[in-house]
Design a protein around this ligand. Structure first.
Ligand code: SF4
Length: 354
């Protein structure tokens, strides 16, 4: 078998690994050992799996690959943010963004190559949809970043948080994303608390319900306008997934304790940044315990939208705060290397700095 014919093991759940073991005539407990090597110890070769017999390791290596792949390149922002580019097939690249912040380090992962949602303001949307990423390709981003420091290389903090806010709409690739969430939170996998994970969505209703029912991860909904007609002009997904229906669904869940619901609101000058827009958002939120993230827009060539002023953002935040809504203006990270919100386009020109 060639490398491309052998299936990757990362991205497999414990049940999937049980199937692998059954196929190779290995006892079921080997599946747990495999999961530990892949997701806890994060090994990159079968030889490192010391408690699995040589015979079984050889069979695994003949039939499967681990699936770990280093980033093809990376580029570091002046603020310490690092954008990584992974090749995921002929002519297909995706990006992941590492965002250090004191003792925290958040990774923004991609779930698709391109995106079907075609949001007017987004560089990824302009690519159109190319492919869903497999669970292995999503897991590879999480397991391979930050890369181990090379000779004299600077050590980077291990990941404390993962946000599904990179390229693609995660709930449009729910089958693979749900596997990744299981692997990240299961005791046999990475054993992360779901509070360390946020899934961002335009409000893909059917799969959002599954995410809410089957996981405890935080949820972020991209709102950007509380006015249905204006939102539809910026986000065609509003037609299939009206915000009002999304909010109705969300109101049936408890976000007052451990689980967090955020609403993302990118602010554009003269478009969605006046008092009337703020009041519409207040009305939409009603009594839902949400936090609103006001996001500075990063101008993208060819798109006639401009960021709004600091004063406008502060005014908007104050209106929300005066109604008892927690709202913050998000610090912008990685804009100089096109790593900020809405700027990911999987371009090959990222230069390697490692
Ligand atoms: S903003 Fe998100 S959902 Fe919209 S096109 Fe970009 S990647 Fe897709």
């Amino acid at each position: 078998m060639t490398d491309t014919e052998r299936l990757p093991l990362i991205g497999m759940t414990l049940d999937d690994l049980g199937g692998v073991c059954a196929h190779g005539g290995m006892p079921r407990f080997v599946a747990k050992q495999l999961a530990q090597w892949l997701y806890d110890k994060k090994v990159t070769s079968f030889d490192e799996m010391a408690n699995i017999s040589k015979k079984n390791r050889e069979w695994l290596a003949a039939n499967y690959v681990i699936g770990r792949k280093k980033p093809a390149s990376s580029v570091r922002s002046a603020d310490g943010t690092v954008k990584y580019l992974f090749n995921v097939g002929p002519g297909r690249n995706i990006e992941s963004v590492y965002i250090p912040d004191k003792e925290r380090a958040t990774l923004c992962v991609s779930s698709q190559v391109g995106c079907k949602m075609n949001c007017y303001f987004c560089a990824t949307g302009k690519l159109g949809f190319k492919a869903n990423l497999s669970a292995a390709q999503i897991m590879n981003q999480i397991l391979s970043i930050p890369p181990a420091p090379g000779k004299g290389g600077e050590a980077m903090n291990p990941l404390t948080n993962v946000v599904f806010m990179g390229m693609g709409e995660p709930l449009d690739n729910w089958k693979e994303v749900s596997k990744v969430l299981e692997i990240m939170t299961a005791p046999w996998g990475m054993a992360w608390s779901p509070k360390r994970i946020t899934v961002s969505t335009v409000g893909h209703i059917g799969n959002l319900k599954e995410l809410l029912d089957k996981t405890q991860v935080h949820v972020a909904v991209s709102v950007h306008s509380a006015d249905p007609a204006q939102r539809e002009s910026m986000m065609p997904a509003q037609k299939a997934f009206p915000l009002q229906s999304v909010m109705r669904l969300l109101s049936g869940y408890d976000f007052s304790h451990q689980r967090r619901l955020s609403l993302e609101y990118i602010m554009w000058r003269g478009v969605n940044d006046d008092i009337a827009h703020a009041n519409q958002l207040v009305k939409l939120i009603g009594n839902l315990p949400v936090r609103v993230n006001l996001i500075r827009y990063h101008a993208i060539p060819g798109i006639d939208l401009r960021p709004c002023s600091e004063e406008r953002m502060t005014m908007f935040r104050n209106v929300l705060n005066s109604h008892g809504i927690t709202a913050t203006i998000r610090a912008s990270r990685g804009e100089d290397v096109q790593a900020a919100c809405g700027m990911l386009a999987g371009r090959q020109e990222s230069r390697s700095d490692r």
